[in-house]
Design a protein around this ligand. Structure first.
Ligand SMILES: *[C@@H]1O[C@H](CO)[C@@H](O)[C@H](O)[C@H]1NC(C)=O
Length: 370
């Protein structure tokens, strides 16, 4: 009896509210945490491509010149997963995609001048690191520029789709490694590219496979997005409320939200009509010092951007430290906080009600005892 009575001050609703708000603040930081930056070191790695391997629970990154694919853990530990010295020296591993069905990683391979031209898709076993195939990507008739195999997406059957940033078309490589030109739509060249920018010569770039039978592809020098049928390659412009200029990498969340990254910002794009139209729901500016190029969705639907300092590498500088940065969108966090307060409010109401009942009970017991 005396122990219960001694907590009398706690029945004061103001004190209870203060305690609860304190817990609410604590709880929201514990649940959401602060955004996670993963710093990792690897001399002159200069990774451009980023993928998330859900089985291994780590990131995969390529390299500007090392002919490697490396694992990066949450704690920033780097390990070379694949090293392929049979590729020509200094060749670039660009876009990466994990084919979970076949337990392999697919990599867009590109040789930049002055190395002799090479554009290929390489497939490696994720466990052993053995190469399964290296498929040369064919040129289209009338190609007058050196092709650039840039990004790759994989569908649920193991077919890969690779963007050609110079020729503005898409290759397909089936699971056996047979390559063909898949989509060379006139839509891809309908809009004039911006002139005089570093990315002016870069057309089709980031690509994702949306589980519903189509690809979403962005184009750097126009800021446009296309929806491409994964069966017949037919392309349509996705009508957006703004151009995503310098768009590079793309990632898809399981709620159908598309994230697009450039070296300066991330756009969050939503559609409610199956990607005939889309709207930029939110955008955040990035620190462009690390030259962000790729974005992935990792564990718990969290978005991460790669700062691989590729431009410094192209300019011939050295660098050892690179970063994978978690990005959060203010508009979404606001929504989460509202829910947090609603939940805490309900909790508080329950608590006060419980206190009230306890008090009643005590009173009744006191009456009985006396
Ligand atoms: C590869 O790059 C290194 C350093 O940039 C250079 O010294 C070497 O000549 C290059 N090799 C080829 C085959 O281009």
């Amino acid at each position: 009896m005396s122990t219960l009575s001694s907590k009398h001050s706690f029945t004061n609703p103001t004190a209870a509210t203060v305690v609860f708000l304190f817990f609410a603040a604590k709880l929201s930081t514990i649940l959401a945490g602060s955004p996670h930056d993963i710093n990792f070191r690897s001399p002159n790695l200069f990774p451009e491509g980023l993928a998330w391997d859900p089985t291994g629970q780590h990131f995969l990154v390529g390299s500007l010149r090392h002919r490697t694919i490396s694992e990066v853990s949450d704690a920033g530990v780097v390990q070379t997963l694949i090293s392929d010295p049979s590729l020509p020296e200094n060749v670039t591993i660009l876009g990466l995609a994990v084919d979970s069905l076949n337990n392999r990683v697919l990599a867009a391979v590109h040789a930049q001048a002055p190395i002799p031209p090479l554009n290929a898709l390489a497939a490696y076993d994720l466990r052993s690191g053995h190469r399964l195939f290296l498929s040369a990507l064919p040129s289209a008739e009338g190609d007058h520029e050196r092709a650039i195999a840039n990004d790759v997406a994989v569908d649920f059957k193991g077919n890969a789709y690779v963007t050609n940033s110079a020729g503005n078309y898409i290759w397909k490589v089936n699971e056996k490694g047979e390559a063909s030109i898949f989509s060379n739509s006139a839509k891809f060249t309908e809009h004039p590219g911006i002139i005089g920018e570093m990315y002016s010569s870069c057309g089709l770039n980031g690509v994702v496979y949306n589980g519903k039978g189509y690809l979403l592809v962005v184009q750097s020098n126009t800021g446009k997005m296309f929806k491409v049928d994964a069966d017949d390659g037919m392309a349509r412009l996705v009508l957006l409320n703004e151009d995503l200029m310098a768009a590079d990498g793309v990632a898809l969340r399981s709620d159908d939200v598309v994230l697009v990254v450039s070296s300066k910002r991330v756009w969050m794009v939503k559609s409610n009509d199956g990607w005939s139209q889309g709207v930029v729901f939110d955008k955040i500016d990035l620190d462009d010092e690390g030259f962000p190029t790729s974005i992935v969705v990792g564990e718990r639907e969290r978005a991460y951007v790669l700062h691989g300092r590729v431009m410094e590498g192209i300019l011939g500088n050295s660098a050892e430290s690179f970063k994978i940065e978690e990005v959060r969108f203010p508009r979404e966090s606001e929504g989460e906080n509202v829910w947090m307060y609603v939940m805490v409010g309900i909790g508080l109401a329950y608590f006060l009600f419980w206190r009230f009942q306890m008090k009643q009970l005590l009173n009744n017991m006191n009456k009985k005892i006396n």
